[in-house]
Unconditional design. Structure first.
Length: 147
């Protein structure tokens, strides 16, 4: 929140000092590009984790708190061990997506002690594609400004 307030303050100061509107727009585009890049790096990292994972059959066991991130996530049992999902559980359709004792296919990352279920797998693929396109568009806008 403080970062957002500081960013808005910088924009207001730029406007008050008489900076050109194109410079203010370039600052906004630069900030959006940076945010897009960070999110894209996150999804690429998750994709790398997925590439090193192994496909396993698991049984959904419960929805509980992820102690590291403080959000609710599904837990799955694989060979008697419980693994947390990498992403938070969906709020909508929770009872339809997470059926107790149902066998599902997950991607296990043993070193991180976590799995990617079908929802997380789809999120990583779609997020990587979406933010790659968004990054290309915002970078193109920045290049147009500086050229």
């Amino acid at each position: 929140m403080e970062v957002l307030v500081a960013f808005i303050l910088i924009l207001v100061l730029l406007f008050c000092t008489g900076a050109q509107m194109s410079l203010i727009i370039a600052v906004i585009l630069g900030a959006l590009s940076l945010i897009n890049l960070l999110i894209l790096v996150f999804f690429v990292y998750c994709g790398i984790l997925l590439a090193g994972s192994e496909k396993k059959t698991a049984v959904f066991s419960k929805i509980g708190k992820n102690e590291d991130m403080k959000f609710d996530c599904p837990f799955y049992l694989i060979d008697g061990e419980e693994y947390r999902n990498a992403f938070p559980c969906e709020v909508a359709l929770r009872k339809k997506l997470y059926i107790p004792e149902k066998q599902v296919t997950v991607r296990l990352i043993k070193k991180k002690n976590m799995v990617f279920d079908a929802n997380a797998f789809t999120t990583v693929i779609a997020g990587t594609a979406f933010f790659a396109v968004l990054m290309a568009v915002s970078a193109h806008g920045l290049l147009d400004y500086f050229m």
